[in-house]
Unconditional design. Sequence first.
Length: 173
Amino acid sequence: HLVHWNCCKFGSFEEALMDENGLAVIGVFLKLGANHNGLQKLVDALPSIKYKDSLIELEEFDPSCLLPSCPDYWTYSGSLTTPPLSESVTWIIKKKAIEVDEDQLEVFRMLLFSPAGEDEERMVDNFRPLQPILDRTVRSSFPKRFWQDMGKPLEDQMFGAHEQGPHQDMLHL
């Protein structure tokens, strides 16, 4: 997730969190595959911020390198995925995944929810249960092309819209 707030409109992240349209979050799927060069700068820094509340300063990092080249996305108004679960997020979910390799994922799996000196609690399986979709409208930046998806392998279709009644699909981001 790439979390954004408008510092011209709000004095702080906390203030933006209280506004219905205070935050914008870009969600990017990860797909196991080749090493992602752009992500490697973050991966190299992760051992320095293993524990909760650790901070480091990254020099010359352009987060746009984490976005897939395909411009297509879905968007909807929703909430944070972690407490306080504020309904203040405009979600932008990129349609295509970026590839990362197993070694890069393993470094992320070593991150901890716990501060230094406490029992280590790894930051894995930290997804939120399915939530009611309520009256949300999901819009796409691209036209739905059912006929072009027909006959494609399931993996190629896995980022298509799912219709499963009154709940959203679980996103493992």
